[in-house]
Design a protein around this ligand. Structure first.
Ligand code: SF4
Length: 298
């Protein structure tokens, strides 16, 4: 008898660090947008949904090894692109196999949220979709437009207001260096203005790390985009940390952060700013730049 011994995963699997203890289930492959200039996460992979057979096969396997799973994280660049009806049926299917599942998380784009009605969002919350990760990257309008993020600061505001009303938590990503050389402080200030009107529970900070296959490489070659120096990125992060006055957990400790930082705002603000000031005082552009050039994978 042939027995399935591995789950279906296509391409590289991405999940936020804070989902490390969640069960992973591939719900979609790649991204519906696939157009952000800095992104090379999914290469030539086209978006598709997991088939029912794939989902059931994976859930059978998970149920055998982790029958008491409490949180399931749906893998894919933006499974929240699925219609509310599909997500509800998927939540029901997950509970058929994993009846103890309390909550379900996934990545989402702002457009995925805006396509859902307030009633649908409330229904998704009731089915356990209580927290989603959104790669906002910045709240700076010109940067969102240049990078083809497919959303605007106003769209972020509208979408997150709807999530607040539905009591679905959202976790943001911010990317230092994304605005290009000379624009980091502007990006941080515009982001602070926007995020201070919202309620992100977690803010993951990464820093632009470009690989050759990202469309942005052509903009750099043509002189349309100049990467920010490492020192400017630290100053940008400092501006962000100093300005945010909504309570959140700050996680800036991925491989793309040469100076790893973590803490709660506002409680740990003074410590984090002191760590950033010390890093800025010691910052050596050549060493930090070499660190980034040596990153082979995010
Ligand atoms: S950054 Fe996210 S939304 Fe943009 S193309 Fe990459 S996976 Fe898709």
């Amino acid at each position: 008898m042939n027995e399935t011994i591995s789950q279906h995963f296509t391409g590289t699997v991405w999940r936020p660090p804070y989902e490390a203890y969640s069960v992973l289930l591939q719900a979609t492959v790649s991204c519906t947008h696939h157009a952000c200039k800095f992104c090379s996460l999914y290469g030539s992979l086209r978006f598709r949904m997991a088939t029912r057979a794939e989902l059931e096969s994976d859930l059978r396997l998970i149920a055998r090894y982790q029958p008491r799973a409490r949180r399931v994280f749906l893998v894919g660049a933006n499974p929240f692109a699925l219609s509310a009806g599909r997500l509800i049926r998927l939540a029901d299917l997950i509970r058929d196999y994993l009846p103890r599942t309390a909550t379900i998380g996934m990545f989402a784009r702002i457009a995925d949220v805006l396509r859902k009605s307030p009633e649908e969002l409330r229904e998704l919350r009731a089915r356990g979709i209580t927290g989603i990760s959104i790669g906002t990257e910045t709240g700076d309008g010109p940067t969102l437009a240049f990078m083809n993020k497919g959303c605007t600061p106003d769209g972020i505001l509208q979408a997150c207001r709807r999530l607040d009303e539905a009591r679905i938590e959202y976790y943001f990503t911010y990317m230092t260096g994304l605005a290009g050389a000379g624009n980091g402080l502007r990006a941080a200030r515009n982001t602070v203005r926007l995020f201070n009107r919202l309620h992100p529970y977690i803010l993951s900070v990464v820093s632009l790390t470009l690989f050759e296959d990202a469309p942005l490489a052509a903009d750099i070659a043509a002189g349309r985009f100049v990467p920010a120096p490492e020192r400017e990125r630290l100053e940008e992060l400092r501006e962000l940390v100093a300005g945010l006055d909504v309570p959140l957990t700050l996680l800036a400790d991925t491989v793309s952060n040469p100076v790893p930082l973590c803490g709660r705002l506002p409680e740990d603000r003074a410590r984090i700013l002191a760590e950033l000031d010390a890093a800025l005082a010691a910052a050596d552009e050549a060493t930090l730049g070499e660190y980034r050039r040596r990153i082979v994978h995010l």
